[in-house]
Design a protein around this ligand. Structure first.
Ligand code: AMP
Ligand code: MG
Length: 341
């Protein structure tokens, strides 16, 4: 299959919409990461996403809409809880995904057999235009080969999926750079399943206290049932071994322990002091930029034949919670705590 590289002009967006309406697969830009989209109401089209990515069939997809009214118009949910409406009014369009009881229009392929569905209204103008051009909601996971770092540019999508999907729309680099916040609105007290660009603090300022699922910051037992199936898989991992280094003394530790094929994933201020190859996420104080750059840096490291990456461990609050959640999975939960050595 020849994968078309489309631009974000009116004509190309119309073409992307037609491909999607006809059951095809298109990589689309969003503010979080690039998504691999298909018509969410067409089970056969959605099945193609799992095949192209090599994604386990038990990992459900997020349905993307272009206005809040799409939820009722397309029968996407069986119930739109009051707290979910409040969050939608405050944070949509934006990087927040809400899980609700699924409506009759949702095929089993989307929900992976669960009785719930994940919904998001992306803020990216090109994503909105493509959904409108398709005329249907779009199911879309991240547009990478399953397990590898999520794509934050059209080039990343092409690297992974060229020849396996119909088209990619180039909408530039993603603003947030990490996948959306996922929260289930099914229980009375909603529960955060995946941290992202909308923080727990922001959510609680609108609907009061929420729970944070154990799997967000900790490793699940092998036999534990994940509330969000995606949490149980090895994820975001480059080929190199990643080790998170927590605490003061990062520079000394890395300088002492890193070999010549190793590298540091660090901050701008560290680069001069380190005597190993370093990949900077940005200034130490700029957590938004660090989040935006993470996946791109992991992909760069993949291109450079690095054996072990010693990564700075972020503080897990605010957007740092999302960064920490992705890094700890990239590291397969391998952490060196300098305070405990
Ligand atoms: P991705 O689109 O690749 O970023 O993954 C979507 C994430 O949302 C995965 O972690 C899924 O397991 C999770 N998810 C999607 N739908 C549901 C659902 N109905 N219940 C729980 N988690 C879900
Ligand atoms: Mg993904």
């Amino acid at each position: 299959m020849n994968t078309l590289l489309l631009c974000d002009n009116e004509n190309d967006i119309k073409q992307a919409g037609e491909i999607l309406r006809n059951g095809g697969l298109v990589g689309i830009p969003t503010e979080t990461v690039y998504g691999l989209a298909a018509n969410a109401l067409d089970g056969a089209a959605v099945a193609g996403i799992f095949k192209a990515k090599g994604r386990p069939m038990d990992n459900p997809l997020i349905v993307h809409i272009a206005e809040i009214g799409d939820i009722e118009r397309f029968n996407l949910v069986a119930d739109f809880p009051k707290k979910a409406k409040l969050l939608a009014e405050r944070f949509w369009s934006g990087p927040l995904t809400m899980i609700m009881p699924k409506g009759s229009a949702i095929p089993d392929e989307v929900s992976a057999g669960l009785d719930t569905v994940a919904i998001r209204f992306p803020e990216h103008k090109t994503a909105q235009a493509i959904i409108k051009a398709a005329g249907v909601p779009l199911a879309a996971p991240s547009a990478n080969i399953s397990g590898s770092p999520s794509p934050t540019s059209a080039a990343h999508v092409m690297n992974d999926l060229n020849g396996r999907i119909d088209a990619v729309v180039d909408g530039g680099e993603c603003r947030v750079g990490l996948e959306s916040t996922v929260i289930t609105m099914v229980p009375d007290k909603p529960r955060l399943l995946r941290p992202g660009g909308i923080t727990v603090e922001q959510i609680e300022s609108v609907i009061g206290a929420v729970d944070v699922d154990d799997a967000v910051l900790n490793q699940l037992d092998e036999n534990a049932k994940a509330a969000s199936p995606g949490m149980k898989y090895k994820h975001y991992a480059p080929k190199a071994r990643v080790i998170l280094v927590r605490g003061e003394g990062y520079i000394d530790y890395v300088n002492k322990n890193a070999g010549k094929n190793d590298a540091a994933l660090c901050y701008n201020e560290d680069v001069e002091e380190l005597n190993v190859r370093s990949f900077s996420l940005g200034n130490s104080e700029d957590i938004d930029i660090q989040a935006q750059k993470l996946f791109d840096r992991l992909r760069q490291i993949d291109g450079e034949n690095v054996k072990t990456v010693y990564a700075r461990c972020p503080k897990p609050d605010g957007v740092g919670m999302a960064l920490y959640n992705r890094l700890i999975r990239a590291a397969g939960f391998e952490v060196i705590d300098l305070e405990k050595l």
